[in-house]
Design a protein around this ligand. Structure first.
Ligand code: UD1
Length: 366
């Protein structure tokens, strides 16, 4: 008899570092078979293949090849194609990660066919429904059977929403498993040197949220500000394809040529990015994952958002919300350079063993 299959859904870049430790831990159980399903939401080799290689994720057994599109079109395509796949080859459970369109679409396809769904990184809430990810989080949690939570605020949010206690499990942050596993290799790459920089004497910037990059005026202002800050501290900006497209559409290509101390580069593989982050003086980002990673690395982080679904990065980590206001960003930047910044504390269950707890939770539940 063949083993019960557990589908693990990979769609977009931030899913890969969460999936890798869970896949590895599940492989340790002889009586079930993890199966990696890639939706194809992210498809550029630099956003995708290189993460599978570095994080030693087996090549997907199933590829849905949905590609880009509007939210409706992309989500619908994933829903349709994953359902077809489920009808042809039914798993015992589906595990979804994070808050991207692939997360909600695959959860919905599975649950409608009576296949139980586990959500890794459940319960996070920004309370900002203009963010596509917030809608994805709310919907995914409402239909999932097992809610695996990374920080205490997630448990409180789910309780407030009336989710039965028995479905909720605080397991910690699985991204930190990947960070711990890769940190030595990342440091060995000597990333700062490659860019002609010294440890602790540069900043790392990432930008891709619609709220920062979609409006040309906002993007122009942010790029100009980065140009200005880079006169005081060199800045490296690995550019998300969405941001590159937005900048080109807005006629801002010139600003991407760099100048001063601003170096604009292609999106970086996991280890390269981690290596740069670990030795940075400061990180400026709108990425949820990097807020968490800087908290563990104890690197100051200016979060370029008005809110966060990861409040523990503010209360125990090294992040401060600065939105996209030039004044607040400038103030935060000056504070970091002057050493006026929280040092951060260890966060419970962000210990490198969340993948094992998640696998254990899934096996017990099955
Ligand atoms: C998605 C996630 C976001 C996550 C981010 C990390 C949703 C709603 N958003 O946003 O939460 O933080 O991934 O990267 O799921 N593109 C390429 N090549 C690719 C992928 C995308 O060129 O491999 C371009 C296309 O122009 C595409 C645009 O980026 O239209 C946006 O891609 P999409 O997957 O829709 O959302 P992200 O902005 O990447």
């Amino acid at each position: 008899m063949s083993l019960p299959i557990v589908d693990l859904i990979a769609g977009a870049r931030p899913n890969f570092m969460k999936l890798a430790p869970v896949e590895r831990a599940l492989r340790g159980y002889a009586d079930l078979a993890p199966r990696v399903v890639h939706t194809g939401q992210h498809y550029d080799p630099g956003m995708n293949d290189v993460f599978f290689e570095q994080l030693r994720i087996p090549a997907p057994e199933v590829h849905l090849e949905v590609g880009s599109g509007s939210h409706g079109a992309q989500t619908a395509r994933i829903l349709e194609r994953y359902e077809e796949h489920l009808l042809a080859s039914r798993p015992a459970a589906t595990v979804v990660f994070g808050d991207v369109n692939s997360t909600v679409a695959c959860a919905l396809a599975a649950v409608k066919l009576g296949i139980p769904v586990a959500h890794v990184e459940a319960g996070l809430r920004s309370f900002d429904r203009t963010m596509p990810e917030e809608i994805n989080r709310l919907l995914t949690d409402a239909i999932s059977d097992l809610l695996l939570v990374s920080e205490p605020s997630g448990v409180e949010n789910l309780q407030r929403e009336g989710i039965p206690e028995g479905k909720i499990e605080l397991v910690g942050n699985v991204m930190i498993d990947t960070l711990n596993a890769e940190l030595d290799a990342a440091k060995a790459l000597r990333m700062p040197e490659r860019f002609g920089l010294k440890d602790g004497a540069y900043g790392l910037v990432t930008l891709h949220r619609p709220s920062n990059v979609d409006a040309p005026a906002t993007l122009r202002r942010l790029l100009d500000l980065l140009g200005e800050l880079s006169r005081e501290l060199p800045l490296v900006l690995p550019l998300h394809p969405r941001t590159r497209t937005a900048a080109q559409r807005a006629g801002l290509d010139g600003r991407l040529a760099g100048g001063n101390g601003l170096k604009v580069v292609e999106p970086l593989p996991y280890r390269e990015n981690l290596g740069l982050m670990a030795a940075a003086k400061v990180v400026l980002t709108d990425s949820g994952g990097m807020q968490e990673e800087t908290a563990v690395l104890r690197v100051p982080c200016l979060t370029l958002r008005e809110n966060t679904e990861r409040p523990v990065t503010l209360t125990m980590g090294t992040s401060r919300l600065v939105g996209n206001s030039s004044e607040k960003i400038r103030q935060g930047f000056d504070d970091v350079l002057a050493g006026r910044w929280p040092k951060g504390r260890p966060i419970p269950l962000w210990d490198g063993h969340a993948g094992e707890r998640i696998a254990e939770g899934i096996v017990r539940w099955l």
